[in-house]
Design a protein around this ligand. Structure first.
Ligand SMILES: [Zn+2]
Length: 289
């Protein structure tokens, strides 16, 4: 983990020869002062909570610091210098002053992309974005690479939703599969999830991690349509050429499978699950296979 390393850097490495006696300059010197006590980061607001009359606590997803909690002061006054930059789904550059424990303070914010404004115009899109934000909070990345992947995935999904680049429910399904993969829970939709035998296979066993061969197949495993399995594999790697061509039936069956997989790995019930169930239930009954 490299979290926090940028702040520690000025006092490390080649700084050993610097005299520490010059206390008059110490407020800006290595290991102390402004640079150590604040950091600059790109971030997307996941959610906000009210704090007192005028302030708000923000939960912000960042590429290098994971989820940062920071107070934005005076945001509920009409004269606030932050404006709408601190609303959920706003993407901005932030200067964060380090606080005690894990609660920091936003000292500057500059808008990069107004996703909140674009999404607010459509209730369905806004709901999907909220479901994704909740999942980000609950599914923690395993390491620094995973945390960077989570930021990229959330950013990419908001951009795709805002611009309606693909069917919105597919954007959610792909985001969830890839976020679970970044957390170390990548399902397998091609090779057998248990023994690794090359696929494609016909049986799905959520508890074993995806599609399984006939030898590994537990009783009661389901048999999704081959098109659905191909769609899931495409969503997992972001192959939109395949995903955009999928039938409605496959889209809905995939939503049900992603929901079951998410439910298996996340103890707490998430909004994403309700959304996925609604998408899956809209399906006509599947023909017996
Ligand atoms: Zn097997």
């Amino acid at each position: 983990m490299r979290a926090g390393s940028s702040a520690a850097a000025p006092g490390e490495g080649g700084g050993g020869a610097v005299s520490r006696r010059g206390s008059a300059r110490s407020s800006r010197g290595p290991g102390g002062g402004y640079t150590a006590n604040s950091f600059r980061t790109e971030g997307i607001v996941l959610r906000t909570h009210r704090l007192g009359e005028a302030d708000r606590i923000l939960e912000i997803l960042t590429p290098d610091h994971g989820i940062v909690r920071a107070v934005a002061k005076g945001v509920r006054r009409s004269t606030s210098r932050f404006g709408s930059v601190v609303e959920p789904f706003m993407h901005s550059t932030l200067q964060i002053a380090r606080g005690r424990k894990d609660l920091h303070t936003v000292s500057q914010a500059q808008l990069i992309t107004p996703y909140a404004t674009w999404l607010a115009a459509d209730y369905e899109l806004f709901s999907l974005a909220a479901a994704m934000a909740e999942t980000v909070e609950r599914v923690t990345a395993v390491d620094a690479d995973g945390a960077q992947a989570q930021f990229r995935l959330f950013h990419g999904a908001l951009a795709a939703l805002s611009r309606r680049r693909h069917t919105p429910s597919l954007i959610l399904s792909s985001f969830l599969l890839r976020t679970l993969s970044a957390a170390g829970w990548a399902p397998s939709f091609t090779d057998c999830a248990r023994c690794g035998a090359p696929g494609p296979h016909r049986s799905l066993a959520i508890a074993l991690g995806g599609m399984v061969c006939e030898d590994c197949r537990p009783s009661g495993s389901s048999r999704p349509a081959p098109e659905t399995v191909g769609l899931l594999a495409a969503l997992q790697v972001g192959d939109w050429g395949v995903a955009d061509a999928a039938s409605d039936l496959a889209v809905r069956e995939a939503a049900g499978i992603v929901g079951a997989y998410l439910q298996f790995h996340v103890e707490r019930r998430l909004v994403s699950l309700t959304v996925l169930e609604q998408m899956a239930q809209a399906a006509p009954p599947a023909p017996p296979r």
